[in-house]
Write a protein that binds this ligand. Structure first.
Ligand SMILES: [Zn+2]
Length: 175
């Protein structure tokens, strides 16, 4: 996740710099591409966001379980005091230098399947991947390496311009 956050930072930085020196269609197109992930993008760049997101998700899922909306157990261990079952982030994960390492260790050490924790991590990673993908597309558009409309970007590379450079206005329609 650290690496992903760094990539997102770098991409966002590049877009910011380009915005300062350039203006016009390609910047506008790039901004359109990232507009609906802008909030997530900002969030993903924050140092503490990952941990906060995990905490929020664990709490939300605990509420959903209590309300009968969620069927899947939060954790499959037999410990009634399991942090996950109480909707909180386990201390070893919270205290780990890298949250992802903490989660990996926890998964190994814990006497059960910490499902809600793994789901929360997956959610965050998917959000990160989605934002990174958009930013990458936006950067390509700014650099002019991609058509403004990402929908039609695939069919570009070897397409020869279909100009008819016959400047003759009167087609020699001899029959
Ligand atoms: Zn547990």
């Amino acid at each position: 996740m650290q690496a992903l956050r760094r990539e997102i930072n770098d991409l966002a930085q590049e877009i910011r710099e380009q915005r300062e020196v350039e203006d016009g269609e390609s910047i506008q197109a790039a901004m359109d591409i990232i507009s609906d992930v802008a909030d997530d993008m900002t969030r993903l760049q924050e140092e503490q966001a990952y941990q906060q997101q995990l905490i929020e998700t664990l709490k939300t899922e605990k509420d959903r379980l209590d309300a009968g909306v969620r069927d899947d157990p939060l954790c499959t261990c037999s410990d009634p005091y399991c942090a996950l079952k109480r909707g909180t982030l386990p201390a070893p994960v919270r205290m780990a230098d890298q949250i992802d390492d903490g989660i990996t260790d926890y998964k190994t050490d814990h006497m059960g399947d910490p499902r809600v924790l793994l789901d929360a991590r997956t959610q965050w990673l998917e959000k990160g991947h989605r934002v990174r993908e958009r930013l990458q597309t936006a950067v390509l558009v700014i650099r002019g390496e991609l058509d403004h409309d990402p929908q039609v970007s695939e069919a570009d590379v070897s397409a020869e311009p279909a100009y008819d450079d016959d400047g003759d206005e009167k087609p020699a329609a001899s029959s």
